[in-house]
Write a protein that binds this ligand. Structure first.
Ligand code: NAD
Ligand code: LMR
Length: 338
């Protein structure tokens, strides 16, 4: 029997290119870094998403195995695998949404910025591919340091003449997922009922939970606010330390990325009221990029919401966040324009 892996270049016996049934809208999604810790779980979760008709899995290693494995799930998305730089363009051509978890993760004692040296170049190469092969796709950037990799991507797209600020989004959903979990724990309620806006960026003090705007409305003691803010800002480090050198958050991140991707796809489909926090090009502050609530629509982040009323604690946090963010943004932009 011939192998049935659906890798680029292999032939698969099928009567249809796309098995999406009943005229249902199906979107084409690529995951770059699909064989990694986040990438594998995210590949599985995207294969389970009924809005996905075609799923392209790209990595520089191990995509044949991941592709064969995921492609056996009896859900509608057609899965194709792509291995190595020479297959990047095929992986990207025709995509509506590109999610990028490619790059090295932290080990204990490292900051996200310590990943810049390796991940900046990876993000640059992948975004050059996006600009060439699917310039109209929405890009969800997970690779750290997000505060700098999003500005890197923006500069790559500007150079290529394809930059659409509405379509470049840094994925900060994990900060919201964590905030919802920790707040629900304190309040003793179901986390699915909680919504905590988390603004700013995605590293340490730039992660700014707005506990005064939690839904459903609630109040916290000063001790609870200190505990929650600290735990949300250092949630990533909590996982890095617990994993003791074997990586950073992968499962909760894949869960968060799948939530984020689903929101992008519902926006693309034209659903009303799709709102997520994301790190985007923004005029909410004086900084060129900032995470806030955004409304996702057919053309990406169509509306950027203002911060809303902040209390004194949050205003102080905002000043700290902006200081660090400004440096990270500058570092990312000058990596391309040096
Ligand atoms: P991992 O090492 O398990 O996987 C990374 C994958 O990227 C590997 O399979 C690797 O082969 C691949 N890769 C490396 N260079 C590549 C290239 N040029 N093209 C395509 N693929 C390439 O790491 P992970 O745990 O999956 O984390 C990935 C990244 O996501 C890290 O930078 C991590 O810091 C970041 N992260 C971000 C968030 C967030 O909230 N935004 C959360 C968790 C992790
Ligand atoms: C996270 O928040 O879990 C990620 O950014 C990974 C990390 O390095 O903390």
């Amino acid at each position: 029997h011939p192998p049935t892996t659906q890798m680029e270049g292999s032939s698969v016996v099928s009567r249809a290119n796309c098995r999406a049934k009943g005229g249902a809208p199906g979107f084409k999604v690529a995951i770059l870094g699909a064989a990694g810790g986040i990438g594998q779980s995210l590949s599985m979760l995207m294969k389970m998403n009924p809005l996905v008709s075609v799923l392209h899995l790209y990595d520089v290693v191990n995509t044949p195995g991941v592709t064969a494995d995921v492609s056996h799930m009896d859900t509608v998305a057609v899965v194709r695998g792509f291995l190595g730089q020479q297959q990047l363009e095929s992986a990207l051509t025709g995509m509506d949404l590109v999610i990028i978890p490619a790059g090295v993760p932290r080990k204990p004692g490292m900051t996200r910025d310590d990943l810049f040296k390796i991940n900046a170049g990876i993000v640059k190469t992948l975004c050059e591919g996006v600009a060439k092969c699917c310039p109209h796709a929405i890009v969800g950037l997970i690779s750290n340091p997000v505060n700098s990799t999003v500005p890197i991507a923006a500069e790559v797209f500007k150079k290529a003449g394809t930059y659409d600020p509405k379509k470049l989004l840094g994925v900060t959903t994990l900060d919201v997922v964590r905030a919802n979990t920790f707040v629900a724990e304190v309040l003793g309620i179901d986390p699915r009922e909680v919504n905590v806006p988390v603004v700013g960026g995605h590293a340490g003090v730039t992660i700014l939970p707005l506990l005064s705007q939690v839904k459903p409305p609630c109040s916290f003691t000063p001790e609870e606010i200190n505990y929650l803010t600290d735990r949300i800002q250092n949630g990533g480090t909590e996982v890095v330390e617990a994993k003791a050198g074997t990586g950073s958050a992968t499962l909760s991140m894949a869960f968060a990325a799948a939530k984020f991707a689903d929101a992008c796809l519902r926006g693309l489909r034209g659903d009303a009221g799709v709102i997520e926090c994301s790190y985007v090009s923004s005029q909410v502050t004086e900084l060129p990029f900032f995470a806030t609530k955004v409304r996702l629509g057919r053309t990406g982040a169509e509306e950027i919401f203002p911060l809303g009323p902040l209390n004194e604690y949050e205003r102080a946090g905002l000043e700290k966040a902006k200081k660090e963010l400004a440096e990270s943004i500058q570092k990312g932009a000058s990596f391309i324009n040096k």
